[in-house]
Design a protein around this ligand. Sequence first.
Ligand code: ADP
Ligand code: ZN
Length: 746
Amino acid sequence: MRSLFPSDEKYVEVAVPLPLDKPFTYRVPAGQEVRARVGVRVLVPFGRQKLTGLVTAVVDESALDGHAAKDVIAFLDEEPYITGRHLAFLGRAARACLAPLGEMLRTALPRGLARHDAPSTPRTETFYSVAPDAVDATMTPKQKLVAAALREAGALSSAALSAKVPGGADVAKRMVLRGLAAAEVRDKVVGLSDTHLPDLAGTLDPTPAQHAALDAIGATIRDHAAATFVLHGITGSGKTEVYLRAIEMVRSQGRQSIFLVPEIVLTPQLLGRVRSRFGDGVAVLHSQLTPAERTAQWRRVRAGEVFLCVGARSAIFSPFPDLGLIVVDEEHDAAYKQEDGIRYQARDLALLRSAIEGATVLLGSATPSAEAVRMTQTGAATLLELPERIGDSTLPEIRIVDLKNQVGRRGADRYFSPELEAAVEETLARGEKAMLFLNRRGYAPVLSCLDCASTIQCSNCQVSLAFHKEYDALLCHYCHGRQKAPDACPTCGGHKLAQMGLGTERLAAWAEKRWEGARVARLDSDVGRTKGAASDVLARMHRGEVDILVGTQMIAKGHDFPEVTFVGVLYADASLNFIDFRASERTFQILTQVAGRAGRGDRPGTVLIQTLSPDNSCLHRIAEHDFFGFMKEELATREALAYPPFGRMMLLRLWGVKEERVRDASALVAVALSEALAAHDVRLLGPAPSPIARVKKLYRFQILLKMPVDFPVADVFPELLRPLRDAVRRHGVRLEADVDPYQMLV
Ligand code: ADP
Ligand code: ZN
């Protein structure tokens, strides 16, 4: 019942970590009003359960609209768990991705909103220092040694102390009891083990180009302006140095920075540089952290104990109290797009967050994305250039090799031109290192019957199975199903099953056989599956223990191996022929990045690109190191077709167990959308079966929407899609929206 008299009772709106769009309203129990603040966590009754939620607004009775409200059971935080600005960011990010706020909270906060965010086995360490009033005369000789070590360092962790003075930690513990020393428990800095990290300390004088870039960036950092810069520079041109100095500027203002990298496990060198520069002031978020470690890092960030967070895409959610800068290194990398759960693009969220926080965004790349280049053309971003490699190293010479006429070569040999073989030979003869790049893992991508020409397919998915020798099995790269290779063709019973095509595993085996005595190593996601194996290969590479490194794009990312002077691209067509409007852009990016591994030291590098389409213009632009020439052509094509960045796209995916139902549901959604959007300039393509129409036993359909670039996606679609999602779910069909999709193929 609504009271006739206005009450001064307080209510809170609470978002719970469930896929729900709307917050729920609860009454604040009398006497607890001061604790009701935006951003604190609360325990609330929800149906028959109790849930932890986050207060999104403090309201009065009028918000109830006549409904009854249950009481908040408990307020869990004295101080807001996250700032109001951060909450505002998460709300807008949720709408931009067409995701419910509750789901965004679950994605962005460690373990959702779990009540006990303290790790159950705390990763802490004890730091000792000498008590201010301790008198040496009262100490034993051993205690004096410990005191001297502590005084010299100020404070030491127990591990560091025991390393200096054997048994030192135990001595210090007893000194604390006697009042001779003080102990302080701190969260342990967790991350990659420091043993792999080269020490690259030391400060450098910026080059004139770095100076110019830093002047421009420094001005917006000082003004707390939400400005965006695209820092274009080839590998080795000094971008990282610019990032680190910009981070220093922000730190000197007492503000914090986020440094996003595509894949943190692949960047030990970068981490080494960051650590040696900033020491303990850095939190590192990477995918191999346990939930407890992740929570511990998150707390350090929230408390402002660190001024920099380095991490992969999810680090964009770092809850810093006063964010001044977001660096997105290799901003073109597709790894910034999250491909399950909420499909967010971390680079785009960086721009969104910058606008809310007044933070500067620095998008760095040797091959900026079409989106970033377009931003510099419209004035949304400022282009900064680092035109030269630092030092004497020059760009590698890149040549294109026609793979069509490999006369007399059979099997895997067809993938090796005489030019490539000779180049590897010469490289090894000079005592230098080579890299061979192939964007396909496994031994052979296809097992094909020579009698009936059918290929062995996954029984769950509409794709060919790849043969992996190391597992002695056929693997599906979509559902990760594994089965034994059959002796006979399942279609015709024939016994001539041939391993077709080339994967990294076969390439490594081939290289080992061809260059006996050469030390060959392989790096791809199969290797990466074993914990520590990838960083192991990289460490061996750094120690010069690998002569030929074979791998997928994992070998391309940011590594700096001065001894590598030759890079061979086995088969450029693998990425060029993708049915995706970004195929050329991706090929340019990945091959430029791979090529950039050659000749980083003082010896010049050579690159060979083998292809079946030697006239392809994208490949020629790569060979000419002509990024802007390529981008000009690419943007012209995109504009003509109204593809991003000149239009926006959204992919609706529908899937379910029964093909009929998925087809009918897709038709229903398409009709509803075309009616609702009739007045708008939106084009609907489909519904059609997805390019891979069946994955994990589920049938998949899709609808592609093409919209003008300024279409208010976040305002129109949440309300439009909600009833449709519910309607198809009643038919056992799931509907998912992917705004600005990157994976068009699956
Ligand atoms: P990028 O990030 O563009 O690949 P880096 O910042 O890693 O480039 O710089 C490449 C190399 O040049 C590194 O070894 C770095 O230490 C060095 N370097 C960067 N800036 C300078 C400078 N101003 N003076 C001398 N060496 C520099
Ligand atoms: Zn499968």
